[in-house]
Design a protein around this ligand. Structure first.
Ligand code: GCB
Length: 569
């Protein structure tokens, strides 16, 4: 179900006991049964009693130094008390577990989930007893060739129960899901639906927005679905005025409350248009990491820290790379007036020939959209990043995925990020036809860093095979260690702030040459942890492409982008 925080919840966050299981022996020892020795001469080679304790939500890598680079199994255990009431249902909801989760309640399997960045839940109504109950979760963050992401990626693979865990109690029939957003292209008409779950599916429902005097009534059908359509004079949500309304969705058996903003987002010709007005997307890339802790960001406080920095830079959009971030990020961004780009981890080396892939991608897409479809801040769903055109099955798989995304949400923009453009004779040649699937053409390019300039940035030329779409530079930049001056040949030396700054000034000159440019997005806000970045002097386990260091210090490039964004109205 969506909007967990407005339900009858008991948080299971806090201290959980853990068994670290690098050899995977917990599986055959059936840790979840928690067998206890009966006689003094009995023994088992595991125990949650006397085991280390980790915080949930939180990754395990940053909590125990022996787990820094760990990719394997950790068993988690939490006890909770419960008193069952007749007619009440109980759900166990996880904000996210990276990457596999096998969940056991009182020794019985409640379910499994694959995918590290989206929520899932299991109904445990018949599995709980009065009094203390034991919850055991096997978490495994090992890499898999057919995983999403696959084997290779440029960030720390934080494993564990990384987001909130909640018990949710509902009545027999409850409001499971709803979609209350403006119809595509409209500035005043909501078109959506409400979905019930339970045995009493046909009910009267009301959608209330008291501030607008809206009391919309409908009746759900035998499937528990009611269409919702009404018009009102909305004060529209925008970065300059992030207005949200209190919305109540009521059925005969349940009530859910939300704060919802209303806006329209479209591509018209080669322009991105918000609420009928063209706008330039002043963006920045962000990983879900609290730089000061070197840990997965998991709280509202972490979100505010990251988003405040984006605001200070002058952004109106954050690209939440490269997987769906936690719900706090989206909600805080919406409150602060930051538009959001949300993406699934279809990243680089994906094995599109694997037959399990289409359903896996679709599953993650659905989980991402379901959680956030009422968040007006989200304007773009990004369905892939830097996949290779020659990979067997790629084009078909991504075209199918795009179709599915449109079918479940037709009101937002869709994109696929490409980086396979040719750059020769100071000319970009965009030949990867994947961008035909996209509403905006998103390009990652690292000219000045991975690829040298071939002429004056201001004289760059472009050949687009598929013109007449807005073009967004979704990544550019280079690495610099904060404070590294390397005088006097600053600009000529890799890893210096001056070298990184020069990349930025050159890129800004080049931006004037991009046809139908609708926005840019530096890679990235803060330096972040990545095990592939091991230069012993300059990186030490960090990708240093941040405009800010991992301590929040501003590099020279920060000021260049800030000034650029300030100059665009
Ligand atoms: C990219 C990737 C991003 C990397 C970045 C880099 O193109 O999309 O995930 O971290 O380059 O720093 O190389």
């Amino acid at each position: 179900m969506i909007n967990v925080q407005s339900r009858n919840v008991t948080s299971l966050n806090g201290d959980w006991s853990v068994i670290i299981d690098p050899a995977g022996s917990g599986q055959w020892q059936q840790v979840w049964l928690e067998k206890q020795p009966q006689k003094k001469t009995d023994f088992f080679e595991y125990s949650f009693q006397g085991a280390p304790v980790l915080k949930v939500p939180g990754d395990f890598n940053s909590q125990l130094c022996e787990l820094t680079w760990y990719e394997g199994t950790v068993w988690y255990k939490k006890e909770f008390n419960y008193r069952a009431q007749k007619g009440r249902r109980l759900f166990l909801h996880f904000g996210a577990v990276n990457y596999w989760a096998d969940v056991y309640v009182n020794g019985e399997k409640a379910g499994s989930h694959e995918g590290g960045f989206t929520p899932f839940q299991f109904e445990i109504t018949g599995k709980v007893k009065d009094g203390p109950n034991a919850l055991v979760v096997k978490v495994n963050n090992g890499r898999y060739k057919s995983g999403l992401p696959g084997l290779g990626y440029d960030w720390l693979n934080y494993g564990g129960i990384t987001r909130d865990v909640d018990l949710i109690e509902t009545g027999n029939t409850f409001i499971e899901d709803y979609n209350i957003q403006l119809k595509k292209g409209s500035l005043n008409t909501v078109s959506g639906w409400v979905q019930l779950n339970g045995s009493q599916l046909a009910q009267n429902i009301t959608v209330k927005i008291p501030e607008l005097n809206i009391f919309y009534k409908a009746r759900t059908d035998n499937e528990g679905v009611a269409k919702v359509e009404f018009s009102a004079a909305f004060k529209l949500w925008s970065p300059g005025s992030p207005k949200r309304y209190k919305v109540m969705i009521e059925s005969e058996t349940d009530t859910v409350e939300d704060n919802i903003g209303f806006r329209s987002i479209e591509v018209k010709g080669s322009k991105v248009v918000l609420n009928g007005k063209q706008l330039f997307l002043k963006a920045v890339n962000i990983h879900e990491e609290n730089p000061f802790k070197g840990a997965r960001a998991s709280s509202a406080k972490d979100a505010v820290l990251l988003l405040n920095a984006a605001k200070e830079l002058g952004c109106n959009l954050v690209r939440l790379a490269h997987y769906p971030h936690n719900e706090h990020m989206i909600k805080e961004a919406e409150k602060m007036g930051l538009m959001v780009w949300s993406e699934i981890p279809v990243y680089q080396h994906i094995d599109f020939a694997d037959s399990s892939l289409p359903s896996k991608m679709e599953g993650m897409l659905k989980e991402m959209v379901r959680r956030d479809r009422n968040r007006c801040a989200i304007i773009i769903w990004s369905l892939s990043n830097e996949t290779y055109p020659g990979t067997p099955g790629r084009d078909k798989a991504l075209a199918e995925l795009t179709k599915k995304c449109k079918a479940i949400d037709s009101a937002r923009l869709i994109t696929h990020v490409i980086n396979t453009q040719r750059y020769q004779n100071n000319t970009f040649d965009l030949w990867d036809t994947l961008y035909r699937q996209a509403d905006i053409i998103a390009i990652n390019e690292y000219i000045g860093w991975y690829t040298p300039w071939q002429g004056l940035p201001a004289a760059t030329k472009w050949t687009l095979v598929c013109p007449e779409k807005p073009v967004f530079i979704s990544e550019f930049g280079g690495e610099a260690l904060y404070g590294n001056k390397n005088v006097p040949t600053d600009e000529a030396a890799y890893w210096t702030e001056a070298y990184q700054a020069k990349i930025y000034t050159d890129q800004i000159e080049m931006f004037n040459t991009v046809p139908d440019l609708c926005g840019v997005c530096p890679w990235l806000l803060f330096d972040y942890r990545s095990p592939g970045r091991m230069h012993p002097v300059y990186q030490k386990g960090y990708n240093r492409k941040g405009l800010l260091s991992d301590k929040g210090e501003k590099k020279k490039a920060w000021y260049i982008i800030k000034e650029y964004y300030n100059s665009i109205r």
